[in-house]
Structure formats: structure tokens, C-alpha cells
Design a protein around this ligand. Sequence first.
Ligand SMILES: [Zn+2]
Length: 506
Amino acid sequence: MTSPVSPGEAAPATPRIAICGLSLEASTYSPARTTRADFVRQHGAEILDYYPFFDAELRARATWLPLVRYRAIPGGAIPRADYDAIKREMVDALAAVLPVDGVLFDIHGAASVVGLDDPEADLAAALRAVAGERAVFSSGMDLHGNVSLDLAQLVDLMTCYRMAPHEDWLDTKARAAVNLVEWLARHGEKRPARAWVQVPILLPGEQTSTRLEPAAGLYAKVGSLASGPGHPLWDLGLWVGYPWADEPRNQAAIVAYGEDAEACGAACADLAQGLWEAREQFTFVAPTGTLDECLDLARDSTARPYFVSDSGDNPTAGGAGDVTWSLARLLERTDLEGLRVVYASIPDAPAARLARDAGVGATVTLTLGARVDPGPEGPLSLTGVVEHIAEGDEVAQTEVVLRIGPVAVLLTERRKPYHLISDFTRNGIDVSACDIVLVKIGYLEPELFAAAADWRLALTPGGVDQHLARLGHERVARPMFPLDAAARAGGGYEPTLTPTLLTEAS
Ligand SMILES: [Zn+2]
């Protein structure tokens, strides 16, 4: 135990706070793997520089010890050896800067590791073993993360986003940092009163957008209950959980912390009951349909551009991104002639390099996709004309626009979510001039949402299939809404939604 103050005393004027993190959302239904090399690794000062809220004032309030932070775009599970290496690096880095009063534990909450449940709790336990029982841990998480009781016991100050799409992500990360500083200033190493409760529902993010009820109202309530430093309830989070992993922890959770356990418990119980009672009201954020139904509507509509989400292989939720099924269906259609159609995107490194080397204007025959996730279609063979080549995107690397009849197919060297208008303009595509834009995504991120004149969510196959029952969960708690009839409204199952109060750790 190395903390410089004893229980009940105030912390030193400038507490020592380590920062380390692991940020990944990983589908266990994708055959993809996220290796250590797939992560962006930040260390030292670049972690502070990455977050704009680390202004001069916040920097002056603590001796910040930015260690290492790993983040990757959503994908498949981390191989065990890769995870162990990341963990060892973090533990060693923390051991080298002791003593610490706090740890800003920067996690997403939905990482998966092959052969290991609950990696965030495993990592938190390893870091706490080094930091000491009295160090205060704080995390600002994604609301699609999972919070097991183990994790809730290990992390003192937990909060998460209140918006999906996550327009408040930086506010949340800032709150986790500022509240940690505030807690240490007011209470030193005394740990907060907390409450935790799980709610047995498992919903895709596309049904829990905060643009719509009931999520809008539930998260508005979260915001109104969070009273800030000094109050009985400082902050709280409602995690809707991550449905594309099959672990006992995967379900919704609510955690609150502050000065008073009863206040935290009452808020958790209230929100848990509200969430459970609203479970049948969650609907998809856009009208859904089969891919063909959505394309029929898009073809016949006068709304331009008309967006269709290819949701089952959405790379931002953990899809491998190279499932070819939807592209194959699109190219089979003979009724789209005369329309301007974009498909974004399909990753295949050898095919992208071959097309690039052929050059703009060349006609190329390629076999592409399905290297990671074969899906129901397998690799696709096609012939098209190279229309545009872009180099230098740090995620996609080489991007090629391949013209096949009315369809411009974005072929990338590496898996890349297309979220921004600039992702298209960089490739010579003016989205506003298109008729149909088929994009591997779930709910539309803000820029695309603003650009879309109309929109459908196609329920396509892949590692993040929106039809949860098709996935066949085996290890989550049962009954689980909506997987089990007993958990549906009127089904007879009423879960115990009594929060567990976590008081001062012994
Ligand atoms: Zn999320």
C-alpha cells in the first residue's frame, strides 16, 4: 500500500493520477480477431494531448501520469496472448510510477478476449493489485459496455455516455477525469458510496438510440439525477450493454456513485424499473426490412439521397466488414440502371492493391471480400472500371472506387467505417448527388443522418446481426429479453431489480 494519505484524510494538493486504457467493442460472433497490432497505441503526453479537455487548469490539478492507452475500431475478440501482453505492459507501466492516488481507467466496456470473460474487470483487478486498495479508479465508458458486479466493485467512479450516437463522448471522458480530481480533493482515498443493478435485457444499439423514446426519456432522467460533486448522487450511468458477445455479463446495467449509498440505490432501482417496464417499447431507429425490400423502396422513392444501412456487418459495432452478401445482392439487381448508387464499403487488401496498380480507367477483374467473415456468400468475383484512387487514409489506407454499371463500389485496403461526408468526397463521391447510398453501418452517424433524405435499416447477415435470436446466445443469463418468451411483456418473469449497495471497501 503506497498511497500517501491514510483513510479519512484529505488527499495531497496535487494527487498522482495514472491514466491507462483499453478501448474495444468486440463481437464474439465475428470470426475476426483484434490483435495487438490492430490497436492504435498512445503513450505518455500524447494521451493528454488527445483529449482536448486536458486544459491547463485540469493539468494543474493533478500530477497526471499518462501511461498507455490502446484503442481499436470495433472488431473481433483479442487473442489471449495479445491481451496478456497489453495487460503486462500496463501493469509494468503502473508499477514504475507508484505511488498513485487515482487511476483514470479509460475503457469502452465491450472488449472480448478469446478464452477470458470480462476482460475489463480482469484488467482492473490487475491494475488495482498494483495501485493498492485505496487508489480511486474512474472510468468514462461507452453505454454499449457491460458492467459486471466485479467491474463495479473495482472501479469507484463509473459513468457512461448519455447519447447514441455518442455525441457526448468527450463530455463523458471529461466528467470521469474531473470527478476523479474532485473526489480526491474532497475525500482523498475514501472510496465512494455506490449502487449497482443489472436489468436482463439485451438490445442492439439500433433499438436504443437516444434520438427516440424510450431511450431519450431514460437518458434524460440519468442526466437529471446526476447532481455532480458533493451531492448524495454525484454521477451515474445506464449501460444498455453489448448484445453481440456471449458472456454471463452481457445485459443492461445501472451504476451510481456519490456521498450516499441510499440515494445511489434509489436512483438505480428507479431507472432499472423504468428500463424493464419500457422494454417492449424499444424499436429500430429507422424502418427496417430485408435488403431487397429496402432497395425497392429506395429505387421508387423521390427522396434523394436515399440511405440504406447494411447493418449485419457494421464495422462500427464489430462486424468484420468483408461480408459480401449485400454487395452481391446489389450487383445482381438489373432494375437500378440510370441511378447513381454507392456501396461503402468492402475491404480486401490484395484486391485494392491490384486495382490501384492497374490505375484509373483500367478494367479489372477481382475476387474480393470474405477473407475474415465468409458470411453466406463467400468471396465475390467481379469486373469493373477503376474510377478513382485515394491514398493516405490512416484507417482504410488505399481506397479505390470501382464502377460496376450503376454502382460505385468503395474497395479499401483495410476495414473502414464510412461515417463522414469527407469519407466520400475524398473518393470523388458527392453524396448529395447520389440516388442510393448503401453503407455498412447501423444507425446513421450525425453527418450521414443529416445528409439522408430518407433511410432504411436493412436486416442483413453478419457478425452483428440485428436479429439477436438468430445468433444463438448460450451463456447470457436467462430468462433474457427479448430472447425468452417469459421475459416478454405478460410472459410472467419479473426479475429482482434490487440494487447491490457497494459501500466503503474493506
Ligand atoms: Zn457505443
